[in-house]
Design a protein around this ligand. Sequence first.
Ligand SMILES: Nc1nc2c([nH]c(=O)n2[C@H]2C[C@H](O)[C@@H](COP(=O)(O)OP(=O)(O)OP(=O)(O)O)O2)c(=O)[nH]1
Length: 139
Amino acid sequence: MKDRVVVVAGALYDKGRLLAARRSAPAELAGRWELPGGKLEPGESPEQALVRELREELGVETEPVARIPGEWPLKPGYVLQVWTARLVSGEPEPLEDHDALRWLAPHETDAVDWLDQDRPAVAEAARLLRERERDGARD
Ligand SMILES: Nc1nc2c([nH]c(=O)n2[C@H]2C[C@H](O)[C@@H](COP(=O)(O)OP(=O)(O)OP(=O)(O)O)O2)c(=O)[nH]1
């Protein structure tokens, strides 16, 4: 479908932890946790959109690693796509759209109240995180 909006979100990893961000708006999503990101703009690749959104929202530089297979419906006309990404520089801060951030260790990935529509992607991101831990990844 051509006129659907793609929202690109990042499963951002650093030091074996996954970043969760608490939305501050709109009212129906505020207080719930999500993977940070935003809408694809015309002419952008999903990876470019992800790097731009994470820079705007969190003030960090990141590098997309791989897409988590699948896409998930949001509100009508919107779909969510998720990439794993690694932190290249900076320490994330809730600059825009969020009022709290948390780095979650592999055993803590269920500790926040994720948006329902994010749960399948978060489950896969958590699985990949545990796999990286078993493999002895250092970042
Ligand atoms: N970023 C993000 N948005 C999500 C997730 N799950 C989910 O339902 N959404 C919804 C919330 C918003 O309605 C929409 C994304 O819009 P946004 O407001 O984050 O994107 P944006 O920065 O491009 O928006 P804008 O302020 O420029 O309008 O998707 C998620 O995991 N990450």
